[in-house]
Design a protein around this ligand. Structure first.
Ligand SMILES: Cc1cc2nc3c(=O)[nH]c(=O)nc-3n(C[C@H](O)[C@H](O)[C@H](O)COP(=O)(O)O)c2cc1C
Length: 210
């Protein structure tokens, strides 16, 4: 089993990265290989709502050369995901937003994310971390993914690189979240031949028009 963890910060060795490494260590202790992919420094544009992905082969995005499709395919194939973001003006970082909108809009059409476990983590100096946590979980909820629990919202505090290691409760929350992710992956794996997946229905989309 494997997990892909996305670092949505442009700082490769900043607080988000440190948070993800702590979670990766816990997963690795549980025998689950975890790879951290840095997406916060990519030059990616946002979704243009062209809907090319609705009919394209493998539901890939029209814009092919910026890493979104390649990393998105690896995310689809992974057993589990972690997505980490710094808090920028009370929101997820802009590059990560562009990246995730495209990965999940195109990949969601393929059904590859349905029932896949995914955990969100936010790094924050002072305020807005829970907003970021919730924004990341919006993707998971809409894509019918499965979210592992922890003792608190997975938000770790720090401003300068490394400060997050001083947030003992935050680090414990992340560690327990990663441990629960490992547990969830093992439960789903153990049940895959005996418990059917949730039923999928033809979607009714009303756009709030009666
Ligand atoms: C453009 C920008 C906006 C920020 N906005 C917020 C904010 O709204 N709230 C906050 O508490 N910290 C804010 N911060 C601080 C970062 O969230 C904090 O330093 C975080 O630890 C950075 O994570 P990183 O080291 O992974 O990049 C902001 C930082 C930057 C660069």
């Amino acid at each position: 089993m494997n997990v892909i963890a996305l670092n949505g910060s442009p700082r490769r060795d900043g607080n988000t990265s440190i948070a993800l490494n702590i979670m990766a260590e816990e997963l690795q202790r549980e025998g689950i290989a975890t790879e951290i992919i840095h997406v916060g420094g990519l030059a990616v544009r946002g979704c243009t709502a062209c809907n090319f992905c609705a009919a394209s082969e493998n539901n890939l995005c029209f814009f092919k050369d910026d890493g979104v499709n390649d990393i998105g395919l690896r995310m689809r194939a992974a057993d589990g995901l972690i997505i980490g973001s710094p808090t920028y003006y009370g929101s997820i970082a802009g590059t990560l937003k562009c990246f995730l909108d495209r990965v999940f809009y195109s990949g969601g059409r393929s059904g590859a994310f349905r029932n896949k476990p995914a955990a969100a983590v936010a790094a924050v100096r002072r305020a807005g971390g829970v907003d970021v946590f919730n924004q990341l979980n919006n993707y998971f909820n809409l894509l019918e993914m499965v979210i592992p629990p922890s003792q608190y919202w997975a938000v770790a505090y720090g401003r300068d690189k490394g400060e997050v290691t001083g947030d003992a409760e935050g680090i414990q929350t992340l560690r327990r979240n990663a441990n629960a992710l490992a547990w969830l992956l093992k439960v789903l794996d153990a049940a895959k031949d005996t418990v059917p997946l949730p039923r999928v229905e033809q979607k009714i989309a009303t756009n709030f028009i009666r």
